[in-house]
Design a protein. Structure first.
Length: 451
């Protein structure tokens, strides 16, 4: 396996990849002549600006701004990283950094929360998916890049940052003063819903996620004979490709998990499951919503295609692209979209997302609560310059809509869980419906066995 293949296995989407070499030049001589012609135009414009602009300019900053414009015009996830920005991203790969704990994106030049990370300062302060961050420390965020926003939101543990937020239904901005903390690296949490039925939530995909998931499953099996599992991927923004592949591998002994396709042959890869691990035959229901993105969509898509799990909830975010970070000689870097990923059935979910097998919209507990799905309006397809879907023409037809369960008559009132978990999930209609679906699957399985 060559160097590019090895590093591409490390990460996908949010977390960076490191590439020691450079990309090969492609294109005809006519293309190269056109490129040189346009570079000459750029050089002339820069010269005019240097000589005639009302104030003196910093040439390096001006050129960096032009590079940023070039990359952001490609798609929402390609960007230029100055040396300090590059170091910031390297910090994330270590799994420990100090900040407020949110996943953010930019839509129409507005900074928007994709999802807060569970049990972080932002989560505890009440920040919600779909919130618009209008100001950071009193400064407007319009036209602020994602990297610049991240730098402003991060800081030493114990320090404060003030953000001004607008939420659907609010008339005025509201300020949140959030104390930064070390963002927890544990991405797996588990509990017992009822005897025999387990619940595991994965908040993002990190280096140890698969092992932590394995440990959680073994703990649930040790407590009871596991009759079914709810795997919660809602508001999971993604993370490491390797981790998502290993998670799927836990539940499968064979078969394709995910493939990637780019312009270069080296970017075309396949990842498959392996036999030899523990055999789990219990049914699985996976919860997804519009905050389920990238690596978490790989897990949902693979287990759905292989009919190993039933997908329940609402349509996912639809981020089906691979970003590679390429170091530059001066310590800067490029974060460049280099491939699309495809589910085992060969479907690109870029800008479309995973369609649930059973559609169950989130229901607010009361009229005073937040909207049913505060992030429902924001998906990959809504981002400016988003990458087009990679499906072939015969796969782009309309799919039948999934059945919708009217769960208002189905929500269980017999869930025997500890008080903390009960309080957390008592108004979670999607989780309650997933539990009832698991029970139904076991009941039907038992009926078939007796026949």
């Amino acid at each position: 396996m060559n160097t590019f293949n090895k590093i591409l296995r490390i990460s996908i989407f949010i977390l960076p990849l490191f590439f020691a070499g450079g990309f090969r030049a492609h294109g005809s001589s006519d293309d190269m002549q056109e490129t040189y012609k346009n570079l000459e135009i750029f050089s002339n414009v820069l010269s005019i600006v240097q000589q005639n602009y009302v104030d003196g300019i910093d040439t390096q900053e001006t050129i960096e701004g032009a590079i940023k414009g070039l990359l952001t015009s490609l798609d929402p996830h390609s960007s230029f990283l100055k040396p300090d920005d590059f170091k910031e991203l390297q910090v994330e790969t270590k799994g420990s950094f100090s900040g407020i704990g949110i996943e953010i994106t930019v839509k129409d030049d507005v900074l928007i929360v994709v999802s807060p990370i569970e049990d972080t300062p932002a989560f505890e302060a009440g920040i919600e998916a779909g919130d618009k961050i209008v100001k950071i420390e009193g400064e407007f965020t319009k036209d602020l890049s994602l990297i610049e926003a991240v730098k402003k939101l991060r800081g030493p543990k114990g320090s404060e940052v003030t953000i001004s937020v607008h939420r659907e239904g609010w008339i005025d901005l509201q300020e949140f003063v959030i104390v930064r903390d070390v963002i927890p690296i544990h991405s797996v949490r588990s509990s017992v819903l009822e005897p025999g039925y387990g619940y595991i939530r994965i908040t993002n995909f990190q280096r140890n996620t698969a092992q932590d998931l394995q440990n959680s499953i073994e703990s649930l099996v040790a407590e009871n004979t596991l009759k079914g599992l709810v795997l919660d991927l809602r508001n999971n923004p993604g993370g490491l490709l390797d981790a998502s592949v290993k998670v799927v591998d836990i539940f499968m002994d064979e078969g394709l998990i995910v493939s990637t396709k780019g312009r270069l042959k080296d970017q075309n890869m396949e990842f498959s499951a392996h036999a030899g691990g523990p055999e789990y035959n219990f049914p699985i229901v996976i919860l997804i919503n519009s905050g389920t993105a990238s690596a978490s969509e790989i897990v949902a898509g693979a287990l759905q295609d292989h009919k190993r799990a039933l997908i329940l909830g609402t349509q996912s975010f639809g981020k089906g692209s691979v970003q590679t970070i390429i170091p530059m000689a001066d310590g800067a870097g490029l974060r460049l979209t280099t491939a699309r990923y495809y589910t085992p059935s060969g479907i690109s979910i870029q800008a479309t997302g995973i369609i649930p097998d059973v559609l169950v919209p989130k229901i607010a507990a009361s009229e005073d609560d937040s909207p049913k799905d505060p992030n429902e309006f924001l998906r990959e397809k809504d981002l400016r310059h988003h990458l087009k879907n990679g499906n072939s023409p015969e796969l782009t037809g309309e799919k039948p809509k999934p059945p919708t369960i009217d769960e208002t008559d189905l929500i269980s009132d017999r869930v025997t869980i500890d008080e903390k978990t009960r309080e957390k999930f008592k108004n979670d209609n999607q989780l309650n419906t997933a539990l009832l679906v698991l029970k139904s699957m076991n009941l039907l399985s038992g009926q078939k066995t007796d026949m």
